[in-house]
Design a protein around this ligand. Structure first.
Ligand SMILES: *[C@@H]1O[C@H](CO)[C@@H](O)[C@H](O)[C@H]1NC(C)=O
Length: 279
């Protein structure tokens, strides 16, 4: 009992700290910072990636969308234009193939002439969620799609991102923080992302390279409802002054169960996003 009480008070303290940190953020600003910026969103034919693309579109960004399915990508690109994107292009890619990942960045170089935001969001792999059966092909495929392709995209885009003093945004999940049964390969890849990108952030800071790395740790998301609240994430990111970008560690979005009914106000969103700062 004592242990449980201790745990509870620890948790309460942590939550209070998160909300307190949140309050110290600069207030939301209009999205001018994003207008005209060049943004690549992977896995943007559906789900969270699609909604992120729409949010950048509303803020007037130049978008390059990528995923495997061309028909869906075209539709999303069209909708981005209707929402106010400065431009919206697409390129088909398969993130199980690292050459294909490299080609996406080549496309950004040729068509956008640079890159300001690299939003890594895609997920995939040959395996299915379920009891681990020792299927090595599924592990390899998950590590390739959900981890190695992220690294490949980052490596290929590094020069452009340094030139623009840009941002890398990695969409991760609770499975990258807490091991979860029946999702071993996926969880392993998400843990790898956390290791790579938190190390990269620290290394860039030590080398005084002005490039921000953000890992968004999401709980379970019903993507059909995602635009109720998650799509405002880029607003949130854009509200952070550039010189404090290095310190931006993790956006922690609690699991759906603890998220109050959707509301459109950014103020209420602010209190629903818990932010952990790296000092
Ligand atoms: C990987 O992608 C490249 C470029 O799109 C392509 O030429 C190559 O055939 C692909 N490899 C495999 C194994 O599909």
């Amino acid at each position: 009992m004592a242990a449980i009480r201790l745990l509870l008070s620890l948790l309460t303290g942590l939550c209070a700290y998160y909300f307190y940190s949140q309050e110290t953020l600069s207030p939301f600003k209009p999205p001018e910072m994003v207008r005209g910026k060049r943004v690549l969103v992977t896995g943007s034919s559906t789900g969270i990636g699609e909604q992120i693309a729409y949010e950048f579109a509303r803020m007037g960004a130049h978008l390059l969308l990528t995923a495997r399915r061309e028909k869906q990508l075209k539709e999303v690109a069209q909708k981005c234009l209707e929402l106010g994107a400065s431009s919206a292009r697409h390129v088909v890619s398969d993130m199980n193939n690292l050459t294909s990942a490299q080609n996406v960045i080549e496309d950004a170089r040729n068509k956008l002439r640079g890159l300001d935001y690299l939003v890594l969001n895609h997920v995939g792999g040959s395996g299915r969620f379920g009891p681990f059966q020792g299927d090595m092909a599924a592990v390899t495929s998950s590590m390739t799609v959900n981890f190695l392709s992220y690294v490949q995209l980052t490596v290929s885009a590094m020069t452009m991102l340094q030139e623009s003093q840009g941002s890398i945004i990695v969409i991760s999940s609770l499975s990258g923080r807490i091991g979860a049964p029946f999702t071993l390969s996926y969880s392993a890849a998400k843990f790898a992302l956390e290791g790579f990108y938190s190390s990269l952030r620290r290394e860039l800071r030590l080398r005084e390279i002005s490039l921000s790395v953000t890992v968004a740790v999401l709980g379970y998301i019903d993507t059909a409802k995602v635009d109720c609240w998650f799509t405002r994430l880029p607003h949130h990111l854009s509200s952070i002054p550039h010189n404090s970008c290095y310190g931006f560690d993790v956006l922690f979005v609690p699991p759906t169960a603890s998220i109050p009914a959707p509301s459109t106000g950014t103020e209420s969103l602010k209190t629903r996003l818990c932010v952990q700062w790296e000092h």
